[in-house]
Design a protein around this ligand. Structure first.
Ligand code: DX5
Ligand code: ZN
Length: 215
């Protein structure tokens, strides 16, 4: 299992140190939750912060945009150093245009679904994406409980991917801990995002190792 620590749960007064800890802890990505207070009822950080922490690690930046009109900001996030940019299917009308814009910069594309959105809603975009992010909590906040029924979406998606002979990465986000990571692994998830269960621990190295080792 690849692990993408979400900085949302880290100590923002010590961003550099926190990023170094997960880098030394052999995380696979850094997951960056961008929220605008409109698409989700919370505000976090934007491209300037991402740009300034780019120098703290060589790990790929997995940028999760929980914002309305993401198309307007793609260039900013590319320039900030994003390696994967994931948009929400619920957030944008011109999804194809937005994905093509991300691709045009040589950055990987992702599409995400909230818990109440049907997985079928992303089918028209499967040809244009490198990653599918299935939310296992309602986006907006860390520390919520993993919604097990979202695994049905993974099953449905896997069947469709087989038919279409496509192989995007499958990522889940929300409520991942030592137990739920095993569930995700059983359903064939490639990447687990984890905030609280990494940064909430005294020993970050051990926390990441445990998440990886449990799968
Ligand atoms: C929620 C964010 C998640 C969040 C996960 O909207 O997308 O990435 O940080 O936090 P935990 O791991 O605490 O559920
Ligand atoms: Zn996220």
């Amino acid at each position: 299992m690849k692990i993408a620590p979400s900085l949302l749960a880290c100590d923002f007064a010590n961003l550099n140190r926190e990023i170094k800890k997960v880098t030394d802890g052999e995380a696979d990505y850094i997951h960056l939750d961008v929220m605008d207070g409109n698409f989700v009822p919370n505000i976090t950080f934007g491209a300037p912060v991402i740009k300034s922490i780019r120098k703290c690690t060589g790990l790929p930046f997995d940028v999760h945009l929980m914002i309305d009109n993401p198309k307007r900001y793609i260039e900013d996030f590319v320039k900030a150093g994003a390696d994967i940019i994931t948009i929400h299917v619920e957030a944008e009308n011109d999804i194809i245009g937005t994905l093509k814009k991300i691709k045009s910069y040589g950055v990987k594309t992702g599409i995400s679904v909230k818990p109440n959105t049907k997985i079928e809603d992303i089918y028209p975009f499967l040809l244009d994406i490198d990653l599918v992010l299935v939310m296992t909590v309602e986006p907006g906040f860390g520390g919520q409980k993993f919604i097990f029924s979202m695994m049905e979406k993974i099953e449905t998606l896997k069947k469709e991917l087989k038919i279409q002979k496509l192989n995007p990465l499958i990522e889940v986000d929300g409520g991942i801990d030592e137990e739920t990571v095993k569930i995700a692994a059983n359903f064939g998830v490639d990447i687990c995002v984890a905030g609280t269960s990494i940064f909430g621990k005294e020993d970050i190295f051990k926390a990441i190792k445990q998440l990886k080792g449990n799968t």
